[in-house]
Design a protein around this ligand. Structure first.
Ligand code: 3HC
Ligand code: NAI
Length: 706
């Protein structure tokens, strides 16, 4: 048909093969090729039925997402609806044969067929909401006809994929095929050839009554507002399904198209599409080509079984990698293993894992008290107490205990990787793997490149992150690396605002309304205020004299108010760990501020958000300019996956682009005038503002230059 779609025959069954690697997206040429093939089959008197299948690893992963950016910047609109109607109208029945994934437009294509067969492990879904859009090729209209309104609403609004094995139980898949999918699909096609085939759009038996559906839509909207806070697409998806239940198929498709277009042109969709490509972009490192050899990581060890070490051991075990877990004595090890068991037990209780899965994972974790078996491991992650002297001792021990070629990784959050690497005879094998707490839950992994970390070691850790279910982002070795270095100014501003008169809850509330998972003060209480306090004490000698520093949190720590762990911090916690505003804190901060001569004033929500978020942007720009992050998008991905920044705003740097770099720069200049040196605009930000460029354009220039 063309170079993306092939038409062949197995006797009386025509086979349409979509071959558009890597994921058979419906890029320009694919719909045209399928349409031409359908025409040809309908003119071929020998063909009794057709099978549509994907070449390579998957059926069709959806519309080509790259095309959306072209559409929103004035390019032609390419709809799939005409193709899908053409398939449905085919006089010869069409069997869709699904393996890998049938997502978005891929599932919509499959639903336009008269039958669907699938490998049991294939996945089907309408994940469009994750891109800030809704199904745009009749998905919200055909899906309820096949699976009923409740399931369709769930799939379109939540975007979660479903295994074919399960989809077969609710009517989306007509037959599961073990073994050779094509052979199974062809023989299925012969079985149904000549029998009357129903068009999906004509099936109304599962659409339900208005009264039944009202409750479904109300519950779905409620859930979306809670679980997908701030996101517009899920509500639009529910609207589209609802429209379809009261209207004809054609009118339903028109309603869907209108909602789809509104979503596609929204800032949320642009941000989420940026995130989709960003998550893949971060894996690309300019000076480390894809072909760089990677080292085997089949057995590992973790040193330190505390908060982080225990979580990291679980991460490896969950990926099926056997792990030795070492601590200093039985008591520490028992405590660590106890927490791991408790953690797994609660996952079983919540239905996340089965008991059998957990039993297998626990078998993979071997507690040890010495380094004897370390000679057999491919990688060690040390997660002992934070302290340079201890880290150096542990790394020197690992240098003696581990075979040459093993990777020696440190989970330090503040210390200099090069200094730690200096304690070994093989600094090229040393790297930072900065997991986030709780390590078994948080998706972010900052991979910290030391001066001498070898390319193989970096490439291995980047690849490993994917295997561990993490998103690995390579960062440079500066204090706080990327995420925490930016988090410092963010929390600093939050404290300044409180010291200037804002209420603690008002600061948190403003940032939660902005979309963050938690406010900065509640986050501090959760992580433990003492952590930052100890670090600040250690680095106090580096502070420039005469520069304003926040003081309230340090004073709270001096009073033993460390946050949730002590029942008091910025908030007061009840026995269920619920936070309550604490008038004592307000009174104390007001007094301390008066003593320090800080004028008190009414502070608007907009100022709270600008001060905190632009503090992130300004520091992010500095990091970028200094080369500690490879691209602005890397910073965005760090903030979305490690710091609860709202994905629909695309990350702090994308958010700055959306607001307008010039506007952000001007606001930062105002803060600079009002609050002094800490707000000096980052030179890169100034340059972008003056030349009318965005961070996204900066990234493109970097890629082009590499
Ligand atoms: N369009 C364009 N490119 C796509 C794509 C798509 N739909 N899906 C994946 N790609 C690209 C990726 O960007 C990546 O490119 P790169 O190698 O240059 O970085 C490459 O294909 C491989 O993708 P992954 O690295 O993600 O491969 P995995 O094997 O890990 O995952 C996948 C495969 C599960 C299919 C995953 O890529 C995925 O979830 N893709 C998106 C699916 C999706 O959202 N579909 C809906 C699209 S919107 C739509 O269809 C609208 C319709 O209703 C009109
Ligand atoms: P922790 O205090 O919970 O655990 C440290 C563990 O190391 C203890 O079990 C201790 O007995 C053990 N240990 C100490 N010396 C040891 C030795 N010589 N050999 C073996 N085990 C030894 O500490 P946590 O919070 O797990 O932190 C560990 C590391 O992770 C630190 O470097 C920290 O900066 C870093 N980190 C911590 C995060 C957090 O949120 N807690 C987040 C990211 C990094």
């Amino acid at each position: 048909m063309n170079n993306l779609v092939r038409l062949t025959k197995d006797k009386d069954v025509a086979i349409i093969t979509i071959d558009n690697p890597p994921v058979n997206a419906l890029s320009p040429g694919v719909p045209e090729g399928i349409s031409a093939a359908i025409d040809e089959i309908n003119g071929d008197s020998d063909a009794k039925a057709a099978v549509v299948i994907g070449a390579g690893r998957t059926f069709v992963a959806g519309a080509d997402i790259k095309e959306f950016a072209k559409m929103t910047s004035g390019g032609p609109r390419r709809g799939l609806l005409p193709l899908l109607l053409r398939i449905e109208d085919s006089g010869k029945p069409v069997v869709m044969a699904i393996h890998g994934t049938a997502f978005g437009g891929g599932l919509e294509l499959a639903m336009a067929g008269h039958y669907r067969v699938a490998s049991p492990a294939a996945q089907v879904g309408q994940p469009e909401v994750k891109l800030g859009i809704i199904p745009g090729a009749g998905g919200t209209q055909r899906l309820p006809r096949l699976v009923g309104v409740a399931k369709a609403v769930e799939m379109c609004a939540e975007g979660k994929p479903v295994f074919a094995r399960e989809a077969a139980t609710f009517g989306l898949i007509d037959r599961l095929i073990e073994g050779d999918l094509l052979a199974g699909a062809v023989s299925f096609a012969r079985e149904i050839a000549g029998k009357p085939a129903l068009k999906t759009q004509e099936r109304t038996e599962k659409l339900g009554t208005a009264a039944e559906n009202a409750a479904i839509f109300a519950a779905a909207r409620d859930k979306a507002r809670k679980k997908q806070r701030g996101l517009k697409a899920p509500l639009a998806a529910i609207d589209a399904v609802e429209a379809g239940t009261g209207l004809s198929f054609e009118e339903g498709c028109q309603a869907e198209a209108k909602l789809f277009t509104e979503c596609l042109f929204s800032d949320q969709s642009k941000a989420l599409i940026h995130v989709f490509f960003g998550e893949r972009e971060v894996a690309k490192i300019p000076d480390i080509p894809k072909e760089t050899p990677v080292l085997p990581v089949n057995r590992v060890a973790v040193v330190g079984s505390g908060t982080m070490g225990g979580g990291i051991a679980m991460v490896f075990a969950n990926a099926g990698i056997p792990v030795l877990l070492k601590d200093v004595d039985e008591a520490a090890l028992d405590l660590g293993m106890g927490k791991i068991r408790k953690n797994y037990a609660s996952s079983v209780q919540r239905g996340r894992f089965t008991q059998a899965f957990v039993d297998e994972r626990l078998q993979l974790i071997t507690p040890v008290l010495n380094y004897d078996a370390f000679s057999e491991v491919d990688m060690v992650v040390e997660a002992v107490f934070e302290g340079m002297a201890l880290k150096k001792t542990v790394l020197a021990d690992l240098d003696s205990a581990c075979r040459r070629g093993a990777i020696l990784a440190t989970n330090t959050s503040t210390l200099n990787i090069d200094e730690i690497a200096g304690a070994t005879s093989r600094p090229e094998a040393v790297i930072g793997t900065h997991f986030f707490s709780p390590a078994n839950v948080m998706r972010l992994l900052e991979i910290v490149r030391g001066k001498k970390s070898s390319k193989e070691v970096i490439a291995t850790c980047m690849q490993l992150s994917k295997k561990l279910g993490k998103i690995g982002v390579l960062v440079g070795n500066c204090r706080g690396f990327v995420g925490n270095r930016m988090f410092g100014p963010y929390r600093r501003e939050a404290q300044f605002l409180i010291e200037e008169g804002a209420e603690v809850e008002a600061v948190d509330q403003a940032l939660v309304e902005f979309g963050n998972a938690m406010g900065p003060m509640a986050t501090g209480d959760l992580a433990g205020l003492d952590v930052g306090w100890r670090i600040r004490k250690e680095y106090r000698h580096l502070e420039k004299p005469g520069i304003r520093q926040p003081f309230a949190e340090d004073r709270l720590c001096e009073m033993g108010r460390f946050g949730q762990k002590t029942g008091k911090g910025w908030y007061r916690y009840d026995e269920n760990r619920r936070a309550n505003a604490d008038p004592e804190v307000t009174a104390l901060v007001r007094k301390w501020s008066a003593d320090a001569g800080i004028p008190q004033r009414q502070i608007s929500t907009a100022e709270i958000v600008d001060r905190c978020i632009y503090a992130l942007v300004n520091e992010g720009a500095r990091i970028l300019q200094e080369g500690y992050a490879l691209r602005a998008v890397d910073i965005d991905i760090i903030y979305l996956n490690g710091y609860g920044f709202p994905a629909y705003r695309g990350g702090p740097m994308w958010h700055a682009d959306t607001v307008g770099v010039q506007k952000v720069y001007q606001r930062i200049c105002e803060f600079h005038q009002q609050h002094g040196e800490l707000w000096a605009p980052a030179p890169l930000l100034q340059r972008l503002a003056e030349t009318g460029k965005t961070f996204a354009e900066f990234d493109k220039e970097q890629v082009a230059a590499a």
